[in-house]
Design a protein around this ligand. Structure first.
Ligand SMILES: *Cc1c(COP(=O)(O)O)cnc(C)c1O
Length: 218
């Protein structure tokens, strides 16, 4: 499936495409850039900073991988959106490093919706505890723009659908409880190459697609 077909599939719902370019060389990124794509996603800090240096400065870089505290400082100066805030401690570090860069960094809270044990992310109670905390109220340099999640890797489409529904319900609950007056809390980042049509049907505002655009990563 090519770039234009994916854009056509996303356009009725206005869902944004984040082209996941991890492990892919700069010339492939430039191929999509020349067709108008600006949002690219990476999951490793070193690879992201290398690509940021080498590639056009109007690319919006999305960080989608597990983030270590000691690496936040390398991406805070330029990252467009961090999808993978999976614990309070990392948000605090983003706030600190964003302040040092004179920026406000937009972030999504990653939720654990899949059955796999190893997946990172908050559950709803943990997120509530953080969003209600005094420490969170003190943070002036992060902006929570929504939620992100990954469904179980399975052929069971109804299972995937239930998990995306669960993420959407989490989004609606948090919006009502913590962000009722903030239209900028609006993103539901869900859907990858294998499950994005279901994600769109369940209300995704942002899909993260890699292999379908760039070929498999082997
Ligand atoms: C790699 C990755 C993707 C893209 O996966 P594809 O199956 O190649 O589309 C999306 N989200 C995250 C968090 C990833 O790590």
């Amino acid at each position: 499936m090519n770039f234009k077909e994916i854009l056509d599939a996303l356009s009725p719902s206005g869902t944004q495409l984040v082209a996941v370019s991890k492990t892919k060389p700069n010339d492939q990124i430039m191929g999509l850039y020349r067709q108008g794509q600006r949002a690219f996603g990476e999951n490793r800090v070193q690879e992201l900073t290398d690509k940021h240096e080498a590639l056009p400065k109007d690319i919006q870089w999305h960080f989608i991988g597990h983030l270590q505290t000691n690496k936040v400082k390398y991406i805070a100066p330029f990252v467009h959106l961090i999808h993978s805030i999976d614990r309070a401690k990392i948000l605090k570090e983003v706030d600190k490093r964003a302040e040092q860069s004179g920026r406000t960094v937009s972030c999504l809270l990653q939720f654990h919706i899949a059955e796999e044990e190893s997946k990172f992310g908050f559950d709803l109670e943990e997120a509530r505890a953080m969003l209600s905390s005094e420490a969170f109220r003190q943070m002036q340099h992060v902006h929570i723009a929504g939620v992100m999640g990954m469904a179980t890797f399975t052929d069971d489409q109804e299972k995937v659908r239930r998990e995306f529904r669960q993420l959407r319900a989490i989004f609606e609950a948090l919006k009502k409880e913590y962000f009722p007056e903030e239209p900028s809390f609006k993103e539901i980042s869900m859907g990858m190459s294998g499950d994005y049509p279901i994600a769109i049907a369940e209300g995704s505002t942002m899909v993260r697609i890699g292999s379908l655009l760039f070929g498999s990563r082997g």
